[in-house]
Design a protein around this ligand. Sequence first.
Ligand code: SF4
Length: 370
Amino acid sequence: MSKKTEIVQKLLKKIAPRAPLPKPLKEGTLLEQGMLVVLVRHMSQDKAESVLAKLKKAFPDWNEMRVAQTQEIAAQVQTGTRKATYEECAPWMAAMRDAREWLQEVYQKTHGFDLEFMKEDQPAASKLVTQMPFLGLSGGSFLLWLSTGKQLPVHSALVRVLDRLGLISRTASPKKARDLIEPLVPEGMDLSFTTVFGEVADRWCLQTKPTCHECPLVDDCPYGKKAFQEWKVQQARLEAQRQREAARRAVFEKKEAAKRAREEARLAKKAAAEAAKVAKEKARLAKIEAKRKEVEQRAKKRAEAAQKKAAAEAQAAARKAALAAKAKAAKDKSAKKAKPAAKKSKARPTKPAKAAAKPKTRPKKAVKRK
Ligand code: SF4
């Protein structure tokens, strides 16, 4: 056993496939074999074969199943009709969704459902299996293995992984690749060899961006070790950058907090000054108002005093007038009493008396005219 074969055996033990591969159908097309690969991800081999038989019977045209609803397909498996409740279909839903997805992938890549060309055209078959992510390279290797009459399945992804592992040199020629790979494969392990390394290609050893830091084979892979080192350096650089960024952000946030605090203090001071100004203005207005009220009060008191004085004067004048009127009335009364007495004593007034009643100047005027 060569050193490389020993390494291969060691590497094969490190990878556990995510899903088992089925035993090939005794009779069946490559499309049906592919569907079996998908179904055994959800159920046992026997059950998968039974479900496949039901599907073949229910959908003689695979395109009919491709365009059917998942629940319809599950109902066919559960009840043999296209009608069933969701609860009845539930156990089959995930598997039927994957079965339909497989048909969809085949249809998209080949515009049909016939994969038998893979038996005739090995380069096209190898290319096709690398373009079916839903089936995966593990399942694709299984189909290639069947299509070549159970020979070692070789495809470009397998060549890529083995090249990176340092087990072969990369080549574009399938024949040359087969010649390089075959001596590495342990006796009777053709299929498990390609499915395991197909799994590595599917999960970690991607064509453009392999995730070597997660790959279980990194310690035994020259390419992976180098890529892992670069990844670690890059991570350290990113971590340093993250820390610098965090420090820069912390400084910035501190500055911003100080700026905010200064601004808040300034606004508080301004608000306090405004409040003091408003209070001062209020006090000034209150003082003016108090003074105005005091002046009003004084004026009111003065007006009331003047009113009282005027009322007292009016009262005094009224009293005086009343007294005068009373006195006049008394005088008039006494004068009236005196007049009848005089009439009685001098019924006819004498001439001298009349003369006496006339103005004294009249005789003098008569003298001047003479
Ligand atoms: S370590 Fe990297 S290069 Fe090597 S097999 Fe794994 S993913 Fe591929």
